[in-house]
Design a protein around this ligand. Structure first.
Ligand SMILES: *[C@@H]1O[C@H](CO)[C@@H](O)[C@H](O)[C@H]1NC(C)=O
Ligand SMILES: *[C@@H]1O[C@H](CO)[C@@H](O)[C@H](O)[C@H]1NC(C)=O
Ligand SMILES: *[C@@H]1O[C@H](CO)[C@@H](O)[C@H](O)[C@H]1NC(C)=O
Length: 275
């Protein structure tokens, strides 16, 4: 005869097994939705610099020779926008229903299309180009689509000079107004003086100075806007400065572990609450 203790013990085991199964099922589902598509993109959350060009990447996988893939058709559309952004089919652009916003600004690479690469080059990016683009590819070896979330920003290169023990950083186009930071090589924040000027277009230029720098000193200068961060490592040399700059971009809102955990946690709370 089972005691109360046994019943509770076995109930717990059953619950643990049941929840493990639910968790495995949940993880399997969330992974399968992202991998069942046979279209890949190098970057689903690109940031374009206004006025410049941006590549929206999209590739049918596995990539095969043009003989194997047959005629490859590519169509790019934008959410909530009529017509196509670009369409390539039967070996030629098909632009009869292209939205005028994209006329003469978009293209694919015909040689790459033949190998299942439908990447779109968009030139002279404008503010209204933000949004969700869908790349659809159709070939003899398969078909599929992927969404690319394009965001736009304004940022420009950083230039540095040193004179009379003062290090100066300057940039001509950032928007919105960025935050700037100077750091010593040991990571301590240093006090620089920054002057911003706002052009009528709303774009900012700035000049930032750091006093009392010496030969062989190494500083880090960081300029940060919501989507773009520029980080320069500046070494003072006998004759000027040596600079290494890199730009990084805010990652998109991809499915993070915390987004997985919230529904899981509410599932568990619901189940335990019900017992
Ligand atoms: C498209 O329009 C719908 C309804 O107007 C809106 O809910 C959705 O957020 C829009 N999508 C995009 C990407 O702008
Ligand atoms: C697709 O083609 C473009 C243009 O040649 C190239 O820049 C890009 O890297 C290619 N993408 C892939 C995934 O091969
Ligand atoms: C870090 O470097 C700065 C400037 O070189 C110096 O003033 C400061 O004392 C250093 N701080 C530490 C904790 O080493």
């Amino acid at each position: 005869m089972a005691s109360m203790g046994d019943i509770i013990f076995w109930s717990m085991i059953v619950l643990i097994v049941a929840f493990s199964a639910i968790i495995i099922l949940f993880l399997a589902l969330s992974f399968s939705t992202s991998s069942s598509s046979n279209i890949e993109s190098d970057n689903r959350f690109p940031v374009a610099n206004l006025g410049e060009e941006v590549l929206l990447s999209c590739q049918l996988t596995p990539a095969e020779t043009p003989q194997v893939m047959g005629d490859v058709a590519v169509a790019w559309t934008k959410a909530n926008l009529s017509g196509v952004v670009y369409k390539y089919k039967d070996g030629a652009p098909q632009l009869a229903d292209q939205n005028p916003q994209f006329s003469r600004r978009t293209s694919v690479f015909p040689n790459a299309v033949a190998r299942g690469n439908g990447s779109l080059l968009m030139a002279a990016v404008r503010r209204g180009d933000d949004g969700v683009y869908t790349c659809s590819i159709d070939a003899d070896t398969g078909a599929g689509s992927v969404d690319i979330h394009l965001r736009t920003a304004v940022y420009s290169t950083l230039t540095f000079s040193v004179s009379g023990g003062t290090l100066t950083a300057a940039a001509s186009r950032w928007q919105p107004q960025p935050g700037v930071t100077w750091l010593a090589s040991n990571g301590t924040a240093l006090h620089g003086i920054t002057q911003f000027s706002r052009k009528p277009s709303g774009v900012y230029s700035f000049v930032s100075t750091l006093k009392q720098v010496g030969v062989d000193d190494v500083y880090t200068f960081r300029v940060q806007s919501p989507l773009v961060t520029g980080t320069s490592k500046v070494t003072i040399t006998g004759s000027g400065v040596e600079v290494e700059t890199r730009f990084s971009f805010s990652a998109g809102p991809s499915l993070s572990p915390s987004q997985c955990l919230v529904p899981l946690a509410s599932l568990l709370i619901y189940a335990f609450g019900a017992t």
